[in-house]
Design a protein around this ligand. Structure first.
Ligand code: SF4
Length: 223
């Protein structure tokens, strides 16, 4: 798939296809930190998102949805794009899907306040359609800067669109979940799982999400 992938047995993650040695990933982040994570002015970034007109979605949004949570969080949760509730409130993952996401956090000892939640896009696509390639490209720098500022220890990509864009692949979420990847060349582990909106329609899949969360938590323990 052209992406970094480790074996995902729940005991010791095993390096699989990247040329990097995972035992030294922590060193890579320290030594190369300035190169990997350029300095970000968080307040300026927020203002830039609020006033952004870089793609057509600015014309139909009610609010931009910058992201919410702890900017020094170890966990970063990244979804697809704002829906109707999020567009109205200016906050990601509210409504029923947001409630389920909160329950997912609680199940592994986290809370909405102790993670940072963001989306691939900061504005709602009309009728909740998939983001267009040019919209993702226009918005990409905002998310990159958020990741660079927060420097999470693990990224949880929720849903197909988030996982495919973060991992630069067209694989299905069903094939992407259950594995450990790396966010580009940063060494930050990425775990992909189903979107809570999908779980509302397919509650039997909650078991798989639980497995993904356990995997992410085990990876966190090694960081
Ligand atoms: Fe700007 Fe992103 Fe909103 Fe497009 S989706 S207008 S790039 S903030």
């Amino acid at each position: 798939m052209g992406i970094s992938l480790w074996n995902t047995r729940l005991d010791v993650p095993e390096f699989k296809t990247s040329s990097e040695n995972p035992e030294h990933l922590g060193d890579v982040i320290d030594v190369e930190e300035q190169k990997l994570f350029p300095v970000v002015d968080w307040q300026l970034l927020q203002r830039q998102v609020q006033t952004c007109q870089a793609c057509d979605l600015h014309a139909t949004r009610t609010n931009t949805v910058f992201g919410v949570g702890d900017t020094s969080a170890s966990w970063m949760i990244i979804g697809e794009a704002p829906g109707a509730d999020e567009d109205l409130k200016g906050e990601p993952f509210v409504g029923k899907a947001g409630q389920l996401l909160n329950e997912m956090f609680i199940s592994i000892g986290l809370s909405r306040e102790t993670v940072f939640i963001a989306n691939i896009l900061k504005c709602r696509p009309p009728n909740n359609r998939d983001p267009h390639v040019e919209e993702v490209a226009a918005c990409q720098s905002f998310l990159e800067q958020q990741i660079g500022y927060i420097k999470p220890k693990v990224i949880l990509a929720v849903g197909r669109v988030a996982a495919q864009n973060l991992l630069q692949t067209k694989e299905t979420i069903g094939r992407l979940r259950g594995e450990k990847y790396s966010y580009r060349d940063t060494g930050i582990p990425v775990i992909a799982t189903y979107h809570p909106a999908y779980l509302l329609r397919s509650p039997l899949e909650k078991r798989k999400v639980w497995q993904d969360l356990v995997l992410a938590k085990k990876i966190m323990a090694t960081r």
